[in-house]
Structure formats: C-alpha cells, structure tokens
Design a binder for this molecule. Structure first.
Ligand SMILES: C[S@@+](CC[C@H](N)C(=O)[O-])C[C@H]1O[C@@H](n2cnc3c(N)ncnc32)[C@H](O)[C@@H]1O
Length: 462
C-alpha cells in the first residue's frame, strides 16, 4: 500500500480542528482518544473530557493534537499551582487531582505487568501517596543556560533542552528557591559565563543542591566546565549565611556529554558531604552518591521492602545497586548479614562509613558493576536467601538476572523507578522459577508521571 493510500484512510488532517472525547492517559501523561477509531494523543487533556483539538502531526496509525479548548472538563481537573507547569518538563500531571495521579500510577504499573511481563492476574496494590504532596524533593538539579543574553535556571522544557526559567519550584524545598536566587545574582553580577552544550563553551553547567530534610544540612554543588570559579569567595560568603549550609563543592565536568556530573569534586567550603536520617538510621551523602529524592516516601518504600522480605534473622541478603547502603542497613538489622554491590566508588565509601556511623557490623560492600561482581561472587560460592534489586531506570543487565537464577534465592525484592524495565526483568525471572507475590507502587514523585514500585517475588518450589 502506498503512503498516499494509507493517509487517505486517515480521518484527520493536519492544521484542522476537531472535537473529541479523551478515554485514557498515556505513559507520558498525555490524553488519548479516538476520532473514527483513529488514535489521537493530546498533551494536557484528561480522560472523560470533551475537547477541541488542533491536529499538529499525522502519522500512519495515530496523530498528535494540541489542546485548543476544553468543552467539558473532567471532575479530576485541578488548577496548576505553578506558572510554568505547562511548559516545564518537571511536572506532567499538575492538572490532575492527586487522587487521579495515584490511580494513574497504580494503573501504569498494572499495565506494564500485563503488557510486558504477560502477568494478567497479579493484583497491584493502590499506590501509596503523600499527605502533603508539595515541596517534597531533597535534591535540585537545575541546568543553567543563556538565552539571548538572559540567564535561565530551571528544569528542561518538555522533550527539549530549553531551560525553563523557574524562580519558584513547588517540588523543591523553599530554601532551594533562595539558594538558586543567590547563585543567579552572583552569576549575573560577576558576568560568569554559562555553558552552551551546542558549542561546548562557557563555564557553569548545572546547579546541584542536596538537602538533608531531618537534620537540615545543605550541600550546594556547582558543576563547571573548567577548573576554577572566578570570585568564588563572594559566592561562599553569601551561601554560608544560609542556615544549615554544610558544604559548597565545585564539580568539574569538562566532557562533551549530557551526563550531569563529572568525576572530580573540589570542596571549597565545609565538609564535602551532608547527613540525613531515614527512620532511626543516619546517612552520609556525598555529591556523586545516589540518595532517594523524597525522604518521606523513602521511609515508606524501605519499610514495605522490609515487610515484604519477612526476615527471621537467619538470612543472607544481597543488595544489588545499593547506593550508599540505605536498604542494606535497614535489612541488616533483621538479617544474618548483608552484602551490598554498587558501581560508584564514592557511594561505596559512604556506605562503609554509614555502616560504622550506625554501629552495624553484619554488612559488607563491594564496588563494581553488578553484572561483573555477581557472577564473580557466584563463582566463589556466594549464597543468598534474599536478593534486593534496585537498579537505575534501564533495569538489570541480563547477566545479573541469569546469575540470580543460578544463586536461586528464596525471595527477590525488586525496587524500581521504571515499571517498563521492571516488567521486562520480572518476565525473565517468572519464565524460570519465580512468581510475583506482592506489588506495591509508592508515589515518590508527585505531579510527575514517574512511579516507584516494590515487588516481592518468591521461588516456586518444584
Ligand atoms: C536507583 S539507585 C538505588 C540506590 C539505593 N538502593 C537507594 O535506595 O538509595 C541505583 C543505584 O545503582 C547504581 N548503579 C548503576 N549502575 C550500576 C551497575 N551496573 N552495577 C551496580 N550499581 C549500579 C547507581 O550508582 C545507584 O546508586
């Protein structure tokens, strides 16, 4: 069939307006509806809404539309709190009630397990939400850009690398608005150049702020494409007046890359790390180390993971992708021993210090890629009763999954921030001798499309 003939059967035309009803929300939070059976994706529209849509792009089997007018709004529609919500890539669901967001996230996990893992009868528990779902983030990671001579600091726009200038972000702690303002004034006053990724020139690339919510310690890290920050003593003078300021760090990233942080840190003021609590445990966090961004929900997530594992104190636990040892230390209090594995050297150093700091001795941490470390430990006859998996968004390497199947633990606790890659990995484990027992989504990222999930898998005894 020629392209022309196919497009003849398409019931919509580019640049024309139509009315339609939205039936569902897609994986990116976009409204999806049909015109004469033909799927149309409309950003910003919600299920049950009747809308007027302008068709902006037509493909063979679907089209993209721009929301022109809402003729009948959904009962779940709410007003944006933030002025830039419709442009900024940070929040995709601010226009949906929080109840609606939680339902969307539960369904997202359910659909991934059905469509990708082919698990049609697994019950997904309702997503665990927050009481107060604003200003929950303990980490700001804002790119800095210059647009026609204007300094821009904020999240990237939707599907772009245009920085949306944000003076007040309702996902971040209030103090970070103040810190960003200080850095903005400093950059402007001293004419410090900012990085242009197209030509790989300019100095300041990103602002990273980490805040320990419970102990109120703050780290500010400026990522620079150079060795030195001119007039840094002035910036230090302003920042150190902020209550809780603990560390000011320069991170050197001179690579032509969109990886945010370079490998080298220079502490220019303070300790070089912050401390935060989750429950009873205290954690040192360095600039390069991963720490969950929502401390209130992290506590619930770890408690669920621990509850799912049902430890009796005799278990050997393997914590793959362990970061600074947060889950390892939670589990170590209820298990015989825990071995953590993590790729980032600085995070492993934090994990070891964190074990000492919390007087926990039945843990050990190995630095390296899980896909290299686990086969090596298996060759050395490593045994494990419970394996925790908490990989980055891309999920687990197949080597990791294959070695887990050989180790054959009784339980696997899979924690994931991406339902699709999680479902892909679960499918591999289920095809061998594991079954999914419990699935609990946890809303770590209110107002975004993202969801964290903890899954308990159990070995099927033959
Ligand atoms: C989602 S975080 C989870 C960390 C930790 N479990 C927590 O809750 O804070 C994923 C971690 O995996 C680490 N990582 C990424 N790729 C890895 C690999 N191939 N092998 C081991 N660790 C890896 C990252 O540095 C990061 O610390």
């Amino acid at each position: 069939m020629s392209k022309k003939t196919v497009l003849k059967n398409v019931p919509v035309e580019k640049n024309k307006c139509y009315t339609m009803t939205i039936d569902d929300l897609g994986s990116e939070g976009e409204g999806i509806g049909k015109i004469e059976g033909f799927a149309i994706f409309v950003e910003g529209a919600l299920p049950q809404e009747e809308i007027e849509v302008l068709i902006v792009k037509v493909k063979k089997n679907f089209a993209y539309g721009k929301l022109k007018r809402i003729l009948k709004p959904s009962s779940q529609r709410v007003s944006h709190l933030c002025d830039v919500a419709s442009k900024c890539g940070g929040c995709q669901l601010q226009h949906l009630s929080y109840k609606g967001q939680l339902e969307y996230k539960t369904k997202k996990v359910e659909m991934a397990l059905k469509k990708i893992a082919q698990l049609h009868s697994v019950e997904v528990l309702p997503a665990l939400g927050m009481e107060d779902c604003w200003r929950y983030r303990n980490k700001v990671q804002f790119p800095v850009a210059n647009h026609n001579g204007n300094l821009k600091i904020g999240f990237y726009g939707k599907r772009s690398h245009n920085v949306i200038d944000t003076k007040k972000c309702f996902l971040q702690n209030k103090i970070s608005d103040k810190i960003v303002e200080i850095i903005r004034e400093f950059l402007e006053q001293y004419h410090i150049s900012v990085y242009d990724e197209k030509i790989h020139k300019g100095l300041v690339r990103h602002i990273l702020i980490k805040i320990g919510f419970s102990i109120k310690q703050i780290m500010v890290c400026l990522v620079i494409n150079g060795k030195e920050l001119p007039h840094k003593e002035i910036l230090i003078q302003h920042l150190q007046c902020i209550e809780g300021m603990t560390s000011i760090v320069l991170n050197i990233n001179r690579e032509k890359t969109n990886v945010i942080l370079g490998n080298q840190n220079r502490v220019i003021w303070g300790k070089g790390y912050i401390v935060d609590n989750i429950g009873e445990l205290e954690f040192e966090i360095s600039p390069l180390s991963f720490f969950q961004v929502n401390p209130v929900q992290t506590k619930k997530l770890y408690q669920k993971a621990l509850e799912f594992a049902q430890l009796n104190g005799d278990e050997i636990v393997l914590d793959l992708y362990c970061g600074i040892g947060t889950m390892s230390l939670f589990f170590a209090q209820k298990a015989k021993c825990v071995v953590g594995c993590e790729i980032v050297e600085e995070a492993v150093a934090d994990a070891k210090r964190n074990a000492k700091r919390n007087h926990i001795q039945n843990v050990d941490f190995v630095q390296g890629a899980a896909e290299d470390v686990i086969p090596m430990l298996y060759e050395k006859d490593l045994k494990a009763d419970v394996i925790i998996l908490d990989p980055p968004r891309k999920g687990c390497d197949e080597k990791v999954l294959n070695t887990i199947l050989k180790i054959n633990p009784q339980k696997i606790v899979y924690v994931s921030c991406d339902p699709a890659t999680m479902a892909r990995d679960i499918k591999i484990l289920v095809q061998q001798n594991y079954c999914v027992k419990l699935v609990q989504p946890v809303d770590m990222f209110p107002h975004s499309i993202h969801v964290e999930t903890v899954v308990l898998m159990s070995r099927v005894e033959k």
